[in-house]
Design a protein around this ligand. Structure first.
Ligand code: PLP
Length: 395
């Protein structure tokens, strides 16, 4: 009889979003006259920008003509998109060869698939609170996970120390759920730690485009020594509204080697075996993001989410509630007031003002007592949610 991957039995039930959905459904059934203000979602609400839509239409037309039709695309990505992404890095002072850029269907896919590069005996470090996929992908692979809790005392930006025994280091900056961003010095400490120990950093840069403060690193490759210890995984989901269109990219330096194996070459081998590339149409749409017109348009959309963040931050400031994030990330991470627990605060907001957020406990045990607001909702709903928060908690 076949033996299934028994590690699936070690997964904890992912009850976070299920629980939220159940609780909001029950509330609406009991209160059909009420409407909800959804500040919990991690999905975008604005449509794709004009430059992307135009490129997608043109690419569909290309597929209608024998001369411009494309069949299978190169597994690691179309040269036009790999070059456009390398050009984007160059504009920030990071020199990459297009061969170091791998086009993907999104960061989630890559965060799981990339583990193929590592032996199961190599433990993974997850800084918590964390995006849940890091833990789950490693549990499925049967890998030992080292949990590093972070907290308010270090601004949710912990630093490495010699007690950490892990070979794969997940770093997400700007962070989901806390919105915290590592400074150059803080990130450099992780790069130095990885080089010293022969570890590899998996740097999740899904929210880099939300950084507005000058001097904060958008890419790990802005740091000295990162080319010998890091892989960067990025996504157009939040940057450019591709959550439903699906496109991302992964950067693996040609200089990244461990135990005589070159990780860039290994990934070429992996991709050419396990994928047949991302669709021509979607890659054309993605390339439009990196044009001057596309950049201007996506940043106009990001600004709308940032204005939402400002509304929520102003409300929290006026209430004297501690929070981080919001400035350089689309998430605000706050301390639940009056000593409430995460789910207690969730129920309270739902019941009293119909505002839905995400309980921090769902991102790891150290998230208990905290709460996440997303800024991806509509400006109207965000304004109303902020007003209701002030009214309820300002009493
Ligand atoms: N990484 C982080 C930190 C995220 O928050 C998300 C999505 O919310 C992803 C990766 C997944 O992105 P994608 O839509 O490209 O799969």
């Amino acid at each position: 009889m076949v033996t299934p991957n028994m590690h699936y039995g070690d997964l904890k039930d992912s009850y976070l979003f299920y629980n939220i959905a159940q609780k909001t459904k029950a509330y609406l059934e009991a209160n059909p006259d009420k409407r909800l203000y959804r500040m919990g979602i991690g999905d975008v609400s604005l449509p794709l920008c004009d430059a992307v839509i135009k490129a997608l239409h043109e690419a569909v037309e290309d597929q209608a003509n024998k001369e411009s039709f494309h069949g299978y695309m190169p597994e690691c990505g179309a040269p036009f998109l790999r070059e456009a992404i390398a050009g984007y890095y160059a504009s920030r002072g990071v020199a990459l060869s297009p061969d170091e850029v791998f086009v993907s269907s999104g960061a989630s896919d890559e965060l799981g698939d990339i583990l193929d590069l590592f032996d199961r005996s190599s433990p993974a470090l997850v800084i918590e609170p964390a995006y849940p996929a890091y833990v789950d992908a490693n549990v499925m692979a049967g890998r030992k996970i080292v949990h590093l809790a972070s907290g308010r005392e270090n601004g949710f930006l912990p630093q490495p120390d010699d007690s950490i025994q892990a070979d794969i280091l997940y770093i997400c900056s700007p962070n989901n759920p806390t919105g915290a961003v590592f400074s150059r010095e803080q990130l450099q400490a992780w790069v130095d730690f990885a080089n010293k120990n022969g570890s590899v950093i998996l740097f999740d840069a899904a929210y880099e485009a939300f950084i507005e403060e000058p001097g904060l690193p958008h890419s790990i490759f802005e740091l000295d020594g990162a080319r010998s210890c890091a892989i960067e995984i990025c996504s157009l989901s939040k940057t450019a509204g591709f959550t439903g269109t699906r496109l991302g990219y992964t950067v693996i330096p040609s200089t990244l080697e461990r135990k005589g194996m070159n990780l860039n070459s290994m990934w070429v081998r992996n991709r050419t075996t396990k994928t047949n590339g991302v669709s021509y149409i979607i890659q054309k749409g993605g390339a439009a993001v990196f044009t001057p017109e596309g950049q201007e348009q996506i940043h106009a959309n990001i600004q709308i989410y940032k204005n939402n963040a400002k509304l929520l931050m102003e409300a929290l400031d006026s209430l004297g509630i501690w929070y981080c994030g919001g400035k350089n990330a689309p998430y605000i991470w706050l301390k639940c007031p009056n000593g409430m627990g995460s789910w207690e605060f969730f129920d309270y907001l739902l019941r009293e003002i119909q505002v839905v957020g995400t309980p921090g406990e769902g991102f790891g045990a150290c998230g208990e007592g905290y709460f996440r607001f997303s800024t991806f909702g509509s400006p109207e709903d965000t304004r109303e949610a902020a007003r209701r928060l002030c009214q309820l908690l300002g009493k």
